[in-house]
Design a protein around this ligand. Sequence first.
Ligand code: COA
Length: 256
Amino acid sequence: MSESVLVARDGRIAVVTVNRPDKLNALNRDTIALLRARIEELASDAAVGAIVVTGAGEKAFVAGADIAELAEQGVLDGQANAHHGQGLTAAIETAPKPVLAAINGFALGGGLELALACDVRYASTNAKLGLPEVSLGIIPGYGGTQRLPRLVGAGKALEMVLTGDHISAEDALRIGLVQGVFQPGELLDQVKAVAGRMLKRGPTALALAKQAVRRGIHMPIADGLRLEADLFGMISSTEEMREGMRAFLEKRKPSW
Ligand code: COA
C-alpha cells in the first residue's frame, strides 16, 4: 500500500501531498496522524524554510474527512475525531515557518478546514471549496466554524456553513478565501514561487511575524500590540536583524 502522505523537497521548500487519490484524498484518522507527524518534522527541520500542502491527482485537494469512518462515530468518538483533526490544524498554525495551501481541486469539509489552517491559500481554476457537513447531518469539526468567519466574515461563512454549497475558485478569490487562482498545470509552481519570495526574507522574522498575526488575531488589540512590541524587541536581539540592516546600508543582498 502506498503512503497516504508524501513529502518531496525542492531546495528549502517541502511539498506535502495527501495521497489517497482514489478516495479524493479524504482524511481518515491514520492520514491525519501521518500528516500531523510530517508537518511537525518539517516544522523543526532547519533545512526547510516553507511547507506547501496539496493533494494527489487532478481532481481533489482533499474532499473532506473520511465519511466511511465518521459514519460509525458516537458522541465521544465524534468529539475525539474533532480533537484529532484540530491537532493537525494547530500543528500547521504553530509551525514557525510559512505553510501554503495549493488547492488543486475539491477542498470540502475537512479539506477546506485543512486549507483554512494554512497561512495562505492558492487555488486552481477547477477548485471547488465548501463546508458541506450539514448535508451529512453533522457540523464542521476541524475549525471551519471558527476560522472561516474570521477570514471571510460571519455572513459569508454562515451562508457557506448553512447551505453546504460549494463555491468556485473565482468566488473564493473575490471573498478573500484564497489569495490567487492559477491554471491547474501552473498551480504548484506558482505556489512554490510565492514560497520562494518568502524564503528570501529573514527566517526568524518570518517565524515571529507569523506568530504575531496568528496569536494577535485572537486578542483584544491592546494585547496584540503588546505582543507585537515584545516580538519586535526579541527580533532586535538577533544577528539576523543586524545582517538585514547591514546588507541594506551596504547595498547588497543579506546572507541569513
Ligand atoms: N470520504 C470518503 N470517501 C470519499 C469522500 C469522503 N469525504 N469523498 C469522496 N470519496 C470517495 C467516494 O466514495 C468514491 O469512492 P468509491 O470509488 O470507492 O465509491 C471516490 O472517493 C470518488 O468520489 P465520487 O463521489 O465517485 O466522485 P464524484 O466526482 O462523483 O463526486 C464529490 C465528487 C467531491 C462531489 C463527492 O465525492 C463528494 O461529495 N464527497 C464528499 C464531500 C463531503 O461531504 N465532504 C465532507 C465530509 S465531512
